[in-house]
Design a protein around this ligand. Structure first.
Ligand code: A3P
Length: 927
């Protein structure tokens, strides 16, 4: 919910100069048809003229006959002159109509200078906060989080706070207050840089023990509190806040809110004036301090004026001079847009800047679909001039501002004559804008093969060259984001080959909604930036027909969604369309207005740079985003619309055997593959039976590459595709990646004694002639320290780390519910595979049930169960499995038992918690 207040000096309808303007238009609605002069409504003219000629002899009828004659003459002349339409256009009466003047941005900041913002964006740097103490033992961790106490997990203000934190990439931990506080420190480092109470009364009501604990943390680590006063049923008048020199009056109705410019909290926020009008709700709390160290941040007047004419404090700063803990208290919720800004400032202030804010913001406005729009909705010469003038005005407020024009050459000169003239005028001013190639015919790339894509791109490039349009921006975008995400590999390849594209942008990664989660990634060396929407689409061409009405657009500009997008995102690329610049020129109105509003109410420094620079800046700021996380395309209908038709999620595995290595995973893989309804992945030329997609370089090859390892469903009767990659188990990023791509996949884990696993793995490496394993004894490997050479340390880690089972399983459980994970005792698999496989079939829900009794038989010679392939014959795993090596010596066994003890204790607890029996080997290890 956004607030619905007005603003002092904000553009009310009366603030606009409305005038006449001659424009081309094709009537798209009865309403717009009514504004056409009669000559441009040929059907009416024809009707009246024939009526006159046939029946009537009235003098007024002569008028219609004369007008009709003029039109006929003009059409004939026009046809004759078609070869040079540019000079003739202005004569064609039918191409014009009288329309109201498009809206212009006339916002005045704080009711001051006309048309322009005064003093906006004054601070170029942040004011320094009070320096944090240097005491080495009371340091916060790097990137401290916000600790957010909410009423419930779903409470409204709590969610609004969390959303703002996410949008601003501020890490947080959400807690519903219970009997005890969460851990506040880790290895004596403070975890939290600010503590936020959705309901400040909960802080006041903390029991003495917890209150003392929390306040001690806040004092020791120089951290403060941000709190919101809750809406209450009972009204408090002049009630004292327990333990504070502060009185509150609740359930107030207020109006005309403004900020106190003189306070140390404002960094991002600027005291832009007065928000005129009643504030939403009648549940505001106002504060009256009785101590001079309390500073008002925000004031408003009572809406019911007989109560008082005085302005009342709605947000207040307790500087913490009395008890060493700074606090910012809000008397109203985040429904008021201004509170969202103040909240960010407050969080940063109480953290002493350790939860930092930045003030520079980059904005780039793309105009997609240049030349593409339908006849009657395109730009005329006047519109192009208006665009240039607007660009100039914007450049004064936003250094570097250039509209970034994306063209599709196929539709050049495809409008009405005056619009075709507009096309020419755009090209006359080619050097005044930035340009990028859209798709030649605006086709969706995911529908085309690489060769076709290259051909289309080449046509557009040839068009650019022949019309003097620059081709070196290194930027492009795809119609409807098609092919960018989910990735259509041929698009990336063709872009690189024809246009040398280095940067693109999309609103689809990871999803269109919620917008606050949109991020960037790099694929095939092309940087994909998140793209923002500004509420303008191809069909938003007149302000009167703006969805929800003009006030919806104005609300978005004046503190609403568009304004917040710029405030929250250091880098915003906005998508607009050609049609937003003709007609009512809504885009010019929108951007000029929002820029003025941002400069009025914030200290943000706005600027524009070309896409390549922008992308470099983006990934410099957010290096963690460079790596993509491939999501499941079939959960998002928009993704499905821009994913190649022949692709299907049925070609993705339904379950994974994730390891770890040397626990019997190959035997399990083989037994599973025997099942008629189960199909394993095709082998890989590099990694044999394992695909190893989620854990290494292969991941960057994308999901098209991954899907090649599975049959197209139409060519296979097996319903259950799976793959086994035994190193997935301990890979740091793997659970998150698997969850993103295969959210409902089931996971199978096998475990044996971790010491035994480590020893088996060491011999496996020796058998594979691993240089380091051959060089060092098992004892040397497991006892090596961080002082030893890197290859030895790496070998040690790979040998020992997978056996810390509980740690890894917990990581998987962070992403998957226990119901999707099956943990198999590898010893049981070895000794009683029939029981294990039956159990596994039930867990996987596989039909038909496969009777393994008839298909597995113990092979005495091998000492394992093997596949029955004939009456007397079995097929066992290769020589690589069940190798013969000397038993582990006792001292190494003892060392490992000690090493794994804490992990084994955790494993026993974990298995019990998840309702698994404790394996015999684990009981032994714990004895
Ligand atoms: P060893 O080779 O040390 O005896 P993985 O396939 O995960 O690498 O695990 C290999 C281990 O699986 C082997 O370790 C072997 O002990 C065990 N295993 C369990 N059942 C087996 C079977 N039916 N055939 C061969 N090896 C099996």
């Amino acid at each position: 919910m956004e607030d619905k207040q007005g603003w002092s000096g904000s553009p009310s309808l009366d603030s606009y100069a409305w005038g006449d303007r001659t424009r081309i238009i094709v009537p798209t609605s009865p309403q717009s048809a009514r504004t056409l002069p009669l000559v441009c409504r040929p059907w009416r003219l024809w009707h009246r003229t024939t009526h006159c000629l046939i029946g009537s002899r009235k003098a007024s009828c002569r008028k219609y006959v004369v007008v009709a004659a003029i039109v006929v003459v003009l059409v004939v002349v026009y046809s004759l002159r078609e070869s040079s339409p540019r000079s003739f256009l202005s004569l064609v009466l039918c191409s014009s109509l009288v329309r109201s003047r498009p809206p212009e941005s006339v916002f005045r900041c704080g009711g001051s200078a006309a048309g322009m913002v005064e003093g906006g964006g004054g601070n170029s740097t942040l004011r320094p906060h009070r320096a944090p103490p240097r005491s080495p033992e009371n340091k916060l961790r790097d990137e401290p989080k916000v600790l957010l106490f909410t009423e419930t997990q779903y409470s409204k203000t709590g969610k609004a706070i969390a959303n703002i934190l996410v949008a601003n990439r501020i890490k947080y931990k959400m807690e519903v207050l219970g009997r005890s506080l969460p851990g506040l420190t880790n290895l004596s480092r403070g975890k939290y840089g600010a503590v936020v109470f959705e309901n400040f009364e909960r802080y006041l009501q903390l029991d003495p023990w917890n209150r003392e604990l929390l306040d001690k943390y806040l004092r020791d680590y120089s951290v403060g509190v941000v709190g919101f006063m809750p809406a209450r049923e009972d009204t408090k008048v002049g009630a004292k806040l327990k333990g504070f020199p502060l009185y509150v009056h609740t359930n107030m109705a207020l109006e005309n809110v403004s900020l106190n410019a003189e306070n140390p909290v404002l960094q991002l926020t600027r005291a832009g004036g007065t928000i005129v009008g009643p504030l939403l709700g009648t549940d505001w709390t106002v504060f009256t301090p009785e101590d001079p160290t309390y500073i008002p941040l925000e004031w408003a007047y009572p809406a019911v004026t007989h109560f008082s004419e005085e302005r009342l404090i709605t947000v207040i700063l307790d500087q913490g001079q009395l008890d060493g803990i700074p606090r910012v208290l809000f008397g109203g919720s985040l429904d008021l847009w201004l509170h969202r800004l103040l909240f960010l400032d407050a969080v940063s202030y109480v953290s002493l800047g350790r939860i930092p804010l930045t003030l520079d913001r980059y904005i780039l406005v793309d105009i997609d679909d240049i030349f593409v729009a339908k006849k009657g909705t395109r730009m005329t010469t006047n519109d192009v001039h208006a665009l240039l003038e607007s660009q100039k005005r914007l450049q004064e407020m936003v250094p570097g501002w250039h509209f970034n024009l994306g063209f599709s050459g196929k539709y050049y000169q495809n409008g009405y004559p005056e619009e075709n003239e507009g096309d020419h005028t755009l090209l006359d001013h080619v050097d005044d804008f930035w340009w990028f190639g859209h798709m030649w015919g605006h086709t969706q790339p995911h529908k085309l093969l690489q060769e076709e894509l290259e051909h289309q791109m080449q046509l557009n490039k040839d068009f650019a060259i022949s019309h003097g349009i620059p081709t070196d921006s290194g930027y492009s975008i795809a119609p409807h984001h098609s092919g960018v995400y989910p990735v259509h590999e041929p698009l990336y390849a063709a872009w690189k080959k024809v246009w040398n594209v280095r940067v693109t942008s999309s609103e689809e990664y990871p999803h269109l909604y919620p917008a606050r989660l949109r991020r960037g990634f790099i694929h095939r060396n092309i940087m994909v930036l998140p793209r923002q929407t500004c509420g303008l689409f191809t069909h938003t061409v007149f302000i009167d027909s703006y969805p929800g009405g003009r006030e919806v657009l104005d609300r978005s500009i004046h503190g609403g969604e568009l304004f917040q997008t710029i405030v929250y995102n250091p880098i915003s690329i906005f998508m607009t369309h050609l049609s937003n610049y003709g007609n009512d020129r809504l885009a010019l109105y929108t951007f000029e207005s929002v820029v003025k509003f941002v400069k009025c109410w914030t200290n943000l420094q706005l600027r524009t740079v070309p896409p390549l620079q922008l992308a470099e800046e983006y990934f410099h700021r957010f290096p963690d985003e460079a790596d993509p996380v491939w999501g499941y395309p079939c959960a998002d209908h928009r993704h499905m619309q821009i994913w190649a038709k022949e692709k299907t999620c049925d070609q993705l595995p339904k379950f994974l055997v994730i390891g770890p290595q040397k626990t019997g995973t190959t035997a399990l893989y083989t037994f599973l593959a025997m099942h008629p309804a189960i199909l394993a992945n095709y082998p890989s030329p590099e990694t044999f039976e394992e695909v190893q997609f989620f854990n290494g370089k292969n991941y960057y090859k994308g999901i098209d590459w991954y899907m090649q390892f599975f049959p197209v469903p139409a060519n296979s009767s097996a319903k259950f595709l799976f793959e086994k990659s035994a190193t997935y188990f301990e890979g740091d990023m793997v659970p998150l990646r698997v969850k993103a791509l295969l959210p409902s996949a089931k996971l199978v884990i096998t475990i044996i004694s971790p010491s035994k696993r480590a020893y088996s793995w060491y011999h496996h490496m020796r058998a594979h002639s691993d240089h380091t394993a051959l060089q060092y004894s098992f004892h040397q490997v497991i006892t090596s320290t961080d002082k030893h050479p890197r290859p030895l340390r790496n070998l040690r880690n790979k040998c020992l780390v997978p056996g810390m089972y509980a740690r890894h399983i917990e990581r998987w459980l962070d992403h998957f519910p226990a119901s999707q994970i099956n943990i198999i005792d590898g010893e049981e698999l070895r000794n009683d595979p029939i029981y294990v496989m039956n159990d596994l079939q039930r867990f996987l829900g596989i039909q038909p049930f496969y009777n393994y009794t008839q298909h597995l038989r113990y092979d005495k010679r091998k000492g394992f169960f093997c596949q029955v392939v004939g009456d007397d014959r079995t097929k066992c795993l290769g020589r690589g499995k069940g190798r013969v090596y000397p038993p582990m010596n006792e001292s190494d066994a003892k060392l490992l038992k000690e090493f794994y003890q804490p992990y084994n204790i955790a494993l026993e607890k974990l298995l019990t918690r998840l309702d698994y029996p404790v394996p015999g080997w684990l009981e032994e290890e714990l004895q």
